[in-house]
Design a protein. Structure first.
Length: 140
């Protein structure tokens, strides 16, 4: 029986650790956590914040996925998107998921990340009553 998601593993090219640290720590505000020594020898980085854990592992044949991505729930999505864009990362808003505000970004090696926040609505409101804004792309 499955009980929880422990982490998401993303791939990265060899030698990209400093760029990954800059993005995941400096832009997203995550904390780097040490890898066990036997795994650290393989390269890559691990990051976390709260219960969110992302592992970036080195893949010599790395190619970023076009569609695959983790979906990361945030609070204050508009301010978070502005923070990411101010750091030069792409922010592409998408309004195709009813009940959520969401945008996509890419890390420095091209991994696609989805950021989403449930839309708060008053009692009795339907999805048709929710403001599903499309905000212009920022820093793309």
């Amino acid at each position: 029986m499955l009980v929880a998601l422990d982490h998401v593993q993303l791939a990265a090219p060899p030698g990209s650790e400093d760029a990954l640290r800059s993005y995941y720590v400096g832009v997203l505000g995550m904390t780097e956590v040490p890898k066990p020594p036997v795994l650290a020898a393989r390269g890559g980085c691990w990051f976390e914040t709260g219960s969110v854990r992302l592992h970036l592992g080195v893949d010599p044949g790395f190619r970023p996925a076009e569609k695959a991505h983790p979906g990361l729930e945030v609070r204050g999505i508009e301010a978070y998107a502005a923070r990411i864009a101010a750091q030069g990362a792409p922010v592409t808003w998408d309004d195709n998921l009813p009940g959520y505000l969401r945008f996509y970004s890419r890390d420095p090696v091209g991994n696609r990340l989805e950021f989403l926040e449930p839309v708060r609505r008053s009692a009795g409101a339907s999805d048709q009553d929710v403001d599903h804004r499309v905000v212009d792309d920022v820093a793309e």
